[in-house]
Design a protein around this ligand. Sequence first.
Ligand code: ADP
Ligand code: MG
Length: 358
Amino acid sequence: MQAFLKGSTQGVKPQKDKATASSSGENKRQKPVPWVEKYRPKCVDEVAFQEEVVAVLKKSLEGADLPNLLFYGPPGTGKTSTILAAARELYGPELYRQRVLELNASDERGIQVIREKVKNFAQLTVAGTRTDGKSCPPFKIIILDEADSMTGAAQAALRRTMEKESRTTRFCLICNYVSRIIEPLTSRCSKFRFKPLTNEVQQERLLEICAKENLKYSKEGIDALVKVSEGDLRKAITLLQSTARFGAEKEITESLVIEIAGVVPPKVIENLLQTCYKGNFEKLEVAVKNLVDEGYAATQILSQFHDVIIEEKLGDKQKSVITEKMAVVDKCLVDGADEYLQLLNLCSVIMQQATQSA
Ligand SMILES: Nc1ncnc2c1ncn2[C@@H]1O[C@H](COP(=O)(O)OP(=O)(O)O)[C@@H](O)[C@H]1O
Ligand SMILES: [Mg+2]
């Protein structure tokens, strides 16, 4: 852990140096861009695995027309990248800034902003040609990223704007959970679901990046990256960068990835489970306390526990009781409950279930 902290501070320092160096014109290629940005698809063709969306978008791009869009799906599957790439293809780099308004969850998006900023931007009319003479669509695009964190009132305010400005503006809403978008908005948009990326697709992208960054890697290392990030390519790429930063010469190995990702060693999980099976509460209490003191994140333990429990030799009823408890504990942890108490809570239930005669 300490080594990791050291590694990351080392990574920060040269960044500053590089920033000053690049402003004086040198070292341009090494500008410290996060790899997720550096390797973001530049055009819609580069978006992997989302064939349906890409096909429809390309049709629309040919006709220089676009419906209002709603992208939804799990994180790190290319939603933001896709619309940014499409907008860039439509407008070219110059007009892009004038024509595209991008708001995400870090911007204030209460009803006031929708009323003023979005509405004002939507009302501007635009020409159908680029500065270089090429034609471009006579509308602007407003991208509302992470739209599921918008308040209901703001969403309702958007609905009117969307309708009134349909001649000059297209909206693209992006969210993880489509059920959090109010119905009147979803019905005004073409909906696209982004599928979770398969392991092969993720591996391919990661290998591409490894090749471009001249990284050494082992196959197990890449597999570990994919496994740990659970279908979220952004997470995988970020983790790859952290791992690569760890040492210039070192290669991406499984153990390094696991250490940096904060995965709890399988042995530790196994031991805890065995302690539960033994049915001695005092011992269990000590084991859980030690685990929390080690600094492992409770959510991480929970998620690994979940994978293990499903494979264990327990009855269906026992498993269902345990996993239901897991759901409750997960919610409590999200709400900020005490990690030690929650883990102990879960472990006691496992102990109960495992030791009672079935
Ligand atoms: N389908 C994809 N094809 C290629 N790269 C992808 C894809 N999905 C995600 N990525 C990579 O992951 C990063 C994050 O993707 P992003 O579009 O921001 O995900 P989100 O769906 O959460 O908006 C991008 O920089 C890109 O490198
Ligand atoms: Mg996004």
